[in-house]
Design a binder for this molecule. Structure first.
Ligand code: ATP
Ligand code: LTN
Length: 334
């Protein structure tokens, strides 16, 4: 355990895990858990950067934890916990905020996109959210962060903040590296293939959740936006909808793009959409079975996330104390 490198990653309980979250991130965590010392966190403090209904959020937190386990993450092998159960995340976030520039925050792509949606009153949390993410990562001396391609810019910030702090004070933080898969790192919306699939999307036809029933999955793919030339060809510029479906199919079946184009050369969109739907249904079926089972054992989950938070707090508090001391905050003993 000691010699292994450390991984940290998290998903927001802002909805149900989508096939984007699964193919882009969660699925790789499962592979990595055997070779790394892993922290997998349900990042509930991130979800409140946009308005939430408290009862719903609380329910989604538990369900997301159950989905982690259902996807094959082992709470006995990894440290699996809720972000808000380890207060050091919020505390380090403030200390890092004081070492962060306004300019580097306001140019974040996700902030620009989400603040557009928020309308007139853009919450400050949406702007400062990547600092909290940096705190999540830096608390655990993380070497590697497995995420989808959309998080690359936030990871860069975490690296910049670590390097800045190490230079301004003394070596403290490990500088983390992103781990972004080649296949499935950016799954697009089924209704607007130019924007990424998002679990908090208002249009339920835009995403497929890993808990969607088979008939719902099939319908969502049947309605997926494509073009009208009826050729199954990977062409990101001219055919973003079909390209996205090809990538989903490839990520689920392991077949490469050329093979898929060849297999469907003489088929139409209807047949292809059906095949993609079926491949997705097959991929998520075992997860759904596991999920139902786990949700019936709340006592087990409670035990797992309590132990998870204790283990996480131990490492997190050590890092936090170091940072507080280096920044000159009041000592507890004179
Ligand atoms: P929200 O809609 O609340 O912004 P989200 O669906 O975008 O949520 P996050 O919780 O922000 O998901 O991300 C969890 C993980 O899933 C991250 O590693 C992120 O990079 C990855 N991810 C999110 N969307 C996609 C996608 N469309 N394709 C591949 N990976 C994704
Ligand atoms: N910002 C991430 C979720 C997230 C995260 C993290 C991912 C919060 N903290 C730390 C990796 C490491 C997102 O997916 N939107």
């Amino acid at each position: 355990m000691e010699d292994k490198k450390t991984i940290f990653s998290g998903i927001q309980p802002s909805g149900c895990v989508t096939i984007g979250n699964y193919l882009g991130a969660l699925r790789s965590w499962k592979e990595l858990q055997n070779d790394y010392n892993c922290y997998f966190c349900v990042v509930d403090l991130h979800a409140i950067t946009v308005k939430q209904t408290p009862q719903e959020l609380r329910k989604r937190c538990v369900e997301l934890y159950a989905q982690y386990i259902a996807c094959g993450l082992d709470p006995e092998k990894n440290v699996m916990f809720f972000q808000s159960h380890v207060p050091a995340h919020s505390e380090l976030s403030w200390l890092l905020t004081c070492n962060t520039y306004m300019g580097e925050m306001s140019r974040m792509t996700q902030f620009k996109e989400k603040s557009k949606k928020a309308g007139a009153n853009v919450g400050l949390g949406l702007l400062s959210y990547p600092v909290l993410m940096a705190a999540d990562i830096l608390l655990y001396n993380t070497d590697l962060v497995p995420v989808g391609a959309d998080q690359k810019q936030h990871l860069e910030l975490a690296r910049d903040l670590a390097i800045r702090f190490n230079n301004a004070y003394s070596p403290t933080f490990t500088v983390p590296e992103p781990y972004i898969q080649k296949n499935g790192a950016r799954i697009m919306s089924l209704q607007d293939p130019l924007s990424k699939m998002s679990k908090s999307s208002e249009n339920v036809n835009a995403f497929v959740s890993i808990l969607n029933e088979p008939d719902v999955v099939m319908k969502k793919f049947a309605r997926a936006v494509t073009d009208s030339d009826n050729q199954i060809r990977h062409d990101i510029v001219n055919k973003p909808g079909i390209t996205n479906l090809i990538e989903i199919y490839s990520a689920c079946t392991g077949k490469n793009i050329e093979q898929i184009e060849k297999d469907f050369e003489f088929k139409g969109y209807g047949d292809f959409k059906k095949a993609v739907g079926e491949a997705v249904v097959e991929t998520i079926k075992p997860i759904q079975d596991n999920f139902k089972h786990i949700m019936q054992d709340k006592a087990y989950m409670e035990k797992c996330f309590t132990i998870g938070a204790e283990k996480a707090s131990y490492t997190a508090n050590k890092t936090l104390a170091k940072v507080q001391r280096k920044m000159g905050l009041a000592s507890k003993k004179l």
